[in-house]
Design a protein. Structure first.
Length: 151
């Protein structure tokens, strides 16, 4: 008899747990149904104007009052390695970092194919380049200015 009472109590407890779970599920479903799904109207698109340097605010003019800042673009400083192509130069950028385990300073060199609109660069020049939209298969950077001319 005692065993039957324990079994009955266990089955009653299990039923109560199942009922509690069902109630919780229905409450969350009711909350989801009650919450209005209103989509906020998208703000009108603002004009993006190009500026010469990255991260510079565009001036407000009477004609175009809503101008925004252009997205941040990567800027690197490197040395021109080749300028044999038309309106294109190859720039190497060297970076140094410390090895995590051995703490040794390591140099890594990366080559960038850069758009040089006016063919101003010569081999050995130190130049500043900026990331831009893809201009060709390999060109994703453009020349900003020449920091130091080669001798």
């Amino acid at each position: 008899m005692a065993v039957k009472k324990l079994e009955e109590e266990d089955s009653v407890a299990e039923k109560e747990k199942k009922q509690d779970i069902k109630k919780a599920k229905t409450k969350t479903a009711a909350k989801k149904a009650a919450a209005p799904k209103s989509k906020a109207k998208a703000a009108p698109k603002k004009k993006i104007t190009s500026t010469k340097s990255a991260g510079v605010k565009a001036k407000k003019t009477p004609a175009a009052k809503t101008e925004v800042i252009r997205a941040h673009r990567k800027v690197r400083v490197g040395r021109v390695v080749s300028n044999k192509m038309d309106k294109t130069a190859v720039v190497t950028v060297e970076r140094q970092f410390r090895h995590r385990m051995y703490k040794k300073m390591i140099k890594k060199t990366k080559r960038f194919i850069v758009h040089d609109e006016e063919n101003k660069t010569n081999v050995g020049d130190i130049v500043e380049i900026m990331e831009t939209r893809p201009l060709s298969k390999l060109k994703r950077w453009r020349l900003i200015n020449i920091i130091e001319k080669s001798k």
